[in-house]
Ligand binder design. Structure first.
Ligand code: NAP
Length: 360
């Protein structure tokens, strides 16, 4: 196996930490000696050993090996000792990392390794690794005033989220719905617009084989419109819920929901709403529609990633996935970066990013 193949395997290993390691990044590592894999591992749980340490333990003897890892090895004592020390003590001679660690605490490992006489190369499969850890890298930049925002929409081929009667269940097939439960597990919060909350009365919980380390906060975005108090989202036994609405709407809603643990945020507009969520510790949000909320977020350039599930049906008319928006001239439309395209049963998943968060 060469280093590129080892990095692809390390990326596949890293993603096994989805839903379990945040706020840490997902990391995978493969140890190579003479083209043979002698150890591999991934960061499996927040607070548990890092990928490099797991791979070293897997190899028993890594003297003379190359460590191929999806993120620059950390150089600090956190919940576990620094990976750089473990690699040096194990006699690793070369480290190939996909991306640098931009955090003040974890970064600087490459220089530390170089000082210890280890050959270090950073940048192999950098775009894939940055896409994998986009929410982490986004948040690592201290200037960010809002969480990483991903939009997930399931539509017909002609771009409708629901039919002409507002029915959305089920546009997508069972494989897509299973994927969405896996996807939810990796976000701090799952959000919908007020009309979706009222029309669909969704649970917005994670109900798949992957149990998230922390159940995502369920979020509803309103601007002062009314909520029936019997919505399933307001039963917080399964997961916490918060509503973000206008400052005036928040005053009213706090009274209505006073007897429940539902949190109510009052903010003017989506950017301010997202900023208050960031201040409350939410680093990533998956917005699941509907179309009005999706369009408003796109209009204000508040979407970092789109997970678009296309079902092979036409609906002719219905709830538009991307709502009415101002026109963008063709020569002003910047292309989004394709991260992934694959089948989910009969449906097609397209994942696109506004821009890779390589530099955070
Ligand atoms: N297929 C799918 O993936 C999917 C996913 C979700 C929903 N759906 C379907 O989509 C339909 C609902 O979608 P929808 O487009 O009618 O409504 P929506 O996007 O779910 O909710 C719209 C509401 O969001 C609130 N909001 C907050 N900030 C906003 C802003 N800046 N701009 C616009 N709205 C903002 C407003 O609440 P206020 O009224 O308080 O102002 C607005 O009425 C339902 O039929 C549902 O079944 C399908």
């Amino acid at each position: 196996m060469d280093e590129s193949q080892a990095m692809r395997r390390a990326l596949d290993l890293a993603v096994r930490g989805w839903g379990r390691v945040a706020p840490n990044p997902m990391v995978g590592a493969v140890l190579l000696r003479d083209g043979e894999v002698i150890g591999q591992g991934h960061h499996a749980e927040f607070g548990a050993p890092h990928a490099e340490v797991v791979a070293l333990a897997d190899s028993h003897d890594a003297a003379g090996a190359t460590c191929v890892v999806t993120l620059e090895p950390c150089s600090h004592h956190g919940k576990t000792p620094p990976c750089t020390t473990a690699l040096i003590e194990a006699g690793v001679v070369r480290v190939v990392a996909a991306t640098s660690d931009p955090t003040a605490t974890g970064g600087g490992g490459a220089a530390w390794l170089t000082d210890a006489g280890i050959e270090v190369e950073v940048g192999l499969c950098a775009e894939e690794a940055a896409a994998l850890n986009a929410p982490f890298l986004y948040g690592a930049n201290g200037d960010r005033r809002r969480p990483f925002v991903a939009l997930k929409l399931a539509t017909s081929l002609d771009g409708f989220l629901a039919d002409r009667d507002g029915r959305a269940r089920w546009i997508s097939g069972p494989e897509s719905r299973e994927f969405v439960h896996w996807l939810r597990a990796g976000f701090d919060a799952i959000g919908v617009g007020r009309r979706t909350a009222v029309i669909d009365d969704p649970l917005l919980t994670v109900r798949g084989p992957l149990e998230p380390r922390v159940p995502p906060l369920r979020l509803v975005f309103g601007r002062g419109g009314e909520f029936p108090s019997e919505l399933r989202l307001f039963d917080t036994e399964a997961a916490p819920t918060a509503v973000v609405t206008s400052p005036a709407g928040a005053v009213e809603l706090r009274e209505t929901l006073a007897h429940t643990p539902v949190r109510v945020f009052g903010a003017d507009g989506l950017a301010a709403s997202l900023a208050s969520l960031k201040e409350a510790g939410i680093a990533s949000i998956l917005i699941e529609g509907g179309g009005a909320l999706a369009a408003a977020l796109l209009e204000e350039e508040l979407v970092d990633r789109l997970y678009w599930i296309q079902a092979p049906i036409f609906l002719g008319t219905g709830v538009s996935a991307f709502g009415p928006r101002a026109g963008i001239p063709l020569d002003g439309a910047s292309p989004w970066v394709v991260i992934e395209r694959r089948s989910l049963g009969r449906d097609t998943l397209l994942v696109v990013d506004r821009a890779l968060c390589l530099q955070g």
